[in-house]
Design a protein around this ligand. Structure first.
Ligand SMILES: [Fe+2]
Length: 212
């Protein structure tokens, strides 16, 4: 989808993630922060070749732009629009556990689900300042990555399975400065493993198609 970009609807109601994340946090995060990224992106790309490009292409085309440039401003906002759309879909009030091919890949690459969750918590804690922690797959192999500010692994062509926002605005109203507590709750209770499984499957198909 190319511009003008719209604020995609949330996949659940603002209060559905309580008590892990309050309706107040989701309300500010979605209606203020996420919406501002969408509005700013539309203003920045108006009248430029980016106005006709799909969002993912804009992110990939601008990821290497230098700090302070107009393209960097476009990257920051395009990245944050994509990241937030992905984050909302990485969360679900239903909870649950990984199943099938995803569960087997987690065992193979991390040893256990608990080991993966510990790794996500550690990387999320260690991300200095604003950023994101990701479960990704490359050639079917799973790993955890952390990124700063608006950067995401998708910009480098890496397939993302799950994202967790570790900017302060994602947790401050509920957890104040206690990022580890926010991470522990989100990781343990509201990750959307079906979304992750669907994303892993997409990469499997792409790898198979390329091999044929
Ligand atoms: Fe955010």
């Amino acid at each position: 989808m190319s511009g003008p970009f719209t604020l995609a609807p949330l996949p659940w109601n603002e209060s559905d993630l309580e008590p892990a994340i309050s309706a107040r946090t989701i309300g500010f995060h979605y209606n203020k922060h996420h919406k501002t990224y969408v509005d700013t992106l539309n203003k920045l790309v108006a009248g430029t070749p980016y106005a006709d490009m799909p969002l993912e292409e804009i992110v990939r085309a601008t990821v290497a732009a230098r700090e302070g440039s107009d393209d960097r401003k476009i990257f920051n906002n395009a990245g944050q629009v994509w990241n937030h759309d992905f984050y909302w879909r990485s969360l679900t009030p239903k909870g649950g556990k990984p199943k099938g091919a995803l569960a087997r890949a987690i065992e193979r690459d991390f040893g256990s689900l608990d080991a993966l969750l510990e790794k996500l918590a550690d990387e999320g804690k260690e991300q200095f300042g604003s950023g994101w922690v990701w479960l990704v797959s490359a050639g079917g192999k799973l790993s955890v990555e952390k990124t700063a500010n608006a950067v995401d692994p998708m910009a480098k062509g890496i397939n993302c399975l799950l994202a967790i926002d570790v900017w302060e605005h994602a947790y401050y109203l509920d957890y104040q400065n206690e990022r580890p507590k926010y991470l522990k709750t989100v990781l343990g209770k509201i990750l959307n493993w079906d979304f992750a499984a669907g994303n892993l499957d997409k990469e499997d198909h792409a790898v198979r198609a390329a091999a044929e």
